[in-house]
Design a protein around this ligand. Structure first.
Ligand SMILES: Cc1cc2nc3c(=O)[nH]c(=O)nc-3n(C[C@H](O)[C@H](O)[C@H](O)COP(=O)(O)OP(=O)(O)OC[C@H]3O[C@@H](n4cnc5c(N)ncnc54)[C@H](O)[C@@H]3O)c2cc1C
Length: 426
């Protein structure tokens, strides 16, 4: 077994891992290594060949591969050590990382700090259990994206898509552009799960029907999918008898949710948040296990890669401080609570001292779509301040700044709660 020592080990070479590693390096910690199980860097982005990436971070519209390449170039310019085709198998709470590849065999890397950046995986047909047969032609939207954009294979010609998250919407347009007949996008909820811009640019611009309050209730076909049955659902998301409709299709694409890949995190005793499926972190993106940080989709599912980068840079900054011995914890920890209409807030705790920072960004999602709302922050029950938003959707992450000056003025408090209230009559 090859034994190594590194100041920082980054697990995952997607946009999160790349940006975190660059930040660690730029903070003076040059002994950083990226471990990636795939044969190339970039995570999921090489298969996302559409544009729309980087509008916030670079103020430019890039494709996924272009966005990834900027960070790959940064990694190469700094000569950051990368091990590709390397699967991380285990991480211990005392930051020993165990991995395997063809060149080195089994590796044990003792790390000063670990950054978890393993991304997420898609929920599959097995996870949602649609009644009927199990023919070929039922696949996740991300797998179809890989076949189409990387392998040059068209997964089918008559397509129904279940789920209106961003990947489903983008694949509806992609399949149409490749000449397939996209018959419908069915969404069980009364609203779409994706960004508004994707609903407009991917469905409305191509006249692809979006059926809200609908789900697939049966799969038909022996060797290959022949048809799906769809039904309308009631307010409890139960199919309404008598509303069944049969649609002939050879392909059903599933875009029914992403699951943060936290198997390794659990092995390192990292505590997960039930609502995000990712770690519970402080504002430096450090988990409950000292020196183990998390960022990107493994922490919570992001809608824009630009937010992934921002978060990874925070994790990289603090991981570098940690290994340099510059990370100071406050005497007390402030818990951040997700209040009314808020499904979660990241970070969940504030506990680090930083005399230079002006604000701490709080990232959150609403539980349900709201129009004209007010985001209210309160400390130990006392209202601090509020912001107005014209609308909020579960599919679009909100970022709200918590001013450091406010925290300083408050002195010792135990918790901050974020509520998002719909304004009446607007
Ligand atoms: C199918 C799909 C399509 C998407 N399309 C878009 C889109 O069009 N636009 C958009 O803004 N966002 C899109 N996203 C969201 C996208 O995932 C994020 O914007 C961004 O890629 C997340 O970055 P990440 O680095 O956290 O994760 P990823 O990009 O998923 O990278 C994680 C990396 O970790 C590696 N890894 C995981 N486990 C291990 C291990 N044990 N050992 C070694 N390496 C490991 C993986 O191989 C991967 O390279 C998509 C997501 C998916 C799943």
């Amino acid at each position: 077994m090859l034994k190594l020592k590194k100041d920082v080990v980054v697990i995952g070479g997607g946009p999160a891992g790349l940006a975190a590693a660059v930040k660690v390096f730029d903070n003076g910690v040059e002994d950083v290594m990226i471990l990636e199980r795939d044969f190339e860097l970039g995570g999921i982005l090489p298969q996302c060949i559409h544009n729309g990436f980087g509008l916030h971070h670079f103020k430019e519209e890039l494709t996924g591969p272009e966005y990834a390449q900027r960070f790959i170039d940064d990694v190469e310019d700094r000569d950051i050590e990368v091990k590709l085709d390397t699967m991380v198998l285990d991480v211990s709470p005392d930051r020993k990382v165990y991995a395997m590849n063809r060149e080195d065999g089994f590796l044990e890397i003792e790390a000063g700090a670990v950054i978890l950046a393993m991304g997420c995986r898609e929920r599959t047909a097995g996870a949602i259990g649609i009644p009927g047969t199990r023919p070929a032609g039922v696949l996740t939207a991300g797998t179809a994206q890989r076949y189409t954009n990387i392998e040059g294979l068209l997964p089918g010609k008559e397509v129904v898509i279940l789920g209106s998250g961003d990947i489903g919407l983008i694949m509806a347009r992609r399949m149409r552009l490749e000449g397939a007949d996209v018959k419908a996008v069915c969404e069980i909820l009364p609203y779409t799960g994706g960004l508004t811009r994707n609903v407009v640019q991917c469905l409305q611009d191509y006249d692809i029907p979006l059926l809200l309050n609908h789900t697939v209730t049966r799969i038909e076909g022996n060797e290959r999918l022949e048809a799906v049955e769809i039904s309308e659902v009631d307010e409890n998301l139960k199919p309404i008898p008598g509303t069944e409709e049969r649609i002939e299709a050879d392909t059903l694409l599933l875009s029914v949710g992403l699951i943060p890949e936290n198997e390794l995190s659990k092995k390192a005793d990292v505590v997960l948040d039930d609502r995000t499926g990712g770690a519970i972190v402080n504002e430096g993106r450090e988990t409950n296990v000292e020196g183990i940080f998390a960022c990107g989709n493994v922490l919570h599912v992001h809608d824009l890669v630009d937010w992934v980068t921002q978060e990874a840079e925070i994790a990289g900054d603090w991981a570098a401080k940690y290994v340099k011995g510059d990370m100071r914890r406050s005497d007390s920890k402030i818990k951040i609570n997700a209040g009314k209409n808020v499904s979660y807030v990241i970070p969940q705790n504030i506990e680090l001292e930083d005399k230079d920072r002006k604000r701490i960004p709080l990232y959150m999602r609403v539980t349900t779509p709201l129009t004209a709302c007010e985001i209210k922050l309160s400390a130990d029950g006392e209202e601090l301040y509020s912001f107005n938003e014209p609308f909020a959707k579960p599919g679009e992450m909100l970022s709200v700044p918590l001013a450091q000056k406010t925290l300083n003025d408050l002195g010792k408090i135990e918790e901050i709660t974020v509520d998002i209230i719909e304004k009446e009559g607007e």
